[in-house]
Design a protein around this ligand. Structure first.
Ligand code: NAP
Length: 274
């Protein structure tokens, strides 16, 4: 038996093929958590549109990974904060892969910023991507799902939204709190039409977002610090978050809507300062 501290099973081990015939659009699917979600959904049978902003090369690699799993895939560049670009992206996905049945609003930005030390332009950028991006992508895909009477929208929030986050991330946390509010309200608006809307709140997960630009020593110290605060004694891998997201995209979660699933290894430092 695997120990909890060992990390997840290898990618997608044992995923049920419960999304056969479905089309999924994953924003920010080129790297990190989004990449793992694309592979999880493909392993469950979905065809996957891999959205990216800048890293088309990384998105192409994810597309190849999805195809290796026997599914169709498409890389689609678009800034999720740009309403017109999002509409064009959804049209392209519909034409080349099928209308999205599943939307994972994963694309996100993290800039440091707190009450007494923030850059207004950076806060605006985070708001546009983390909050307006969720709105634009949901608005562009929900009508098609409503027409078919089935859909799944999963929003990537953060444990930051409920107060646990690294120091200096107050304004990022505010954007992720807004994602929770949108999740509840979209669920209210869409669930009667057969579309569930839920949120995943990842804890610290090893991706570029939290590790880029740090020295190996800084990375090691950070990982040790965060791991020491969790009950399972480790930090998250993208696959830990992808498996939870995959469940919320599946038929098995059909009786859940407007819900928030925290996947943080049992963090024990809520609202502490260090
Ligand atoms: N990592 C964590 O510890 C953690 C914890 C809690 C919540 N989260 C949330 O989980 C989600 C994924 O985070 P991550 O750690 O995987 O991030 P990441 O490694 O920084 O990857 C970010 C992804 O988002 C894409 N992206 C950024 N801005 C975009 C835009 N305007 N339009 C379209 N795509 C855009 C990037 O595309 P390019 O490749 O083209 O740049 C990339 O695919 C985010 O919403 C994040 O806030 C992460």
């Amino acid at each position: 038996m695997r120990d909890a501290t060992e990390g997840p099973e290898p990618v997608n081990a044992g995923s049920p093929a419960d999304l056969l015939g479905k089309t999924a659009l994953v924003t920010g699917g080129s790297r990190g958590i989004g990449r793992a979600i694309c592979l999880e959904l493909a392993s469950r049978g979905a065809n996957v549109a891999v959205n990216y902003r800048r890293r088309g090369d990384a998105a192409d690699e994810v597309v190849a990974g999805v195809r290796d799993l026997g599914r169709s895939a498409l890389a689609v560049g678009a800034d999720v904060a740009d309403k017109h670009a999002v509409a064009a992206m959804v049209s392209k996905v519909a034409a080349e892969l099928g209308e999205p049945d599943i939307l994972v609003n994963n694309a996100g930005l993290l800039y440091r910023g707190e009450l007494l030390d923030y850059d207004e332009d950076e806060f605006d950028s985070m708001w546009r991507v983390n909050v307006k991006g969720v709105l634009h992508c949901s608005a562009a895909t929900a009508p098609g799902m409503m027409g078919r009477g089935w859909g799944r929208i999963v929003n990537l929030s953060s444990n930051a939204a409920i107060g646990t986050a690294l120091p200096g991330t107050t304004l990022y946390a505010a954007t992720k709190g807004a994602v929770l509010t949108l999740t509840k309200r979209f669920a209210f608006e869409l669930s009667p039409s057969g579309i569930t809307v839920n949120a995943v709140l990842p804890g610290f997960t090893k991706t570029d977002m939290v590790l880029a630009g740090k020295t190996p020593d800084e990375v090691e110290a950070l990982l040790r610090n965060v791991a020491s605060r969790s009950l399972v004694g480790r930090t998250g891998n993208p696959e830990d978050i992808a498996s939870v997201t995959g469940f919320l995209c599946s038929p098995a979660s059909g009786f859940m809507t407007g819900q928030f699933l925290l996947a943080d290894g049992g963090r024990q430092d809520y609202l502490t300062r260090v």
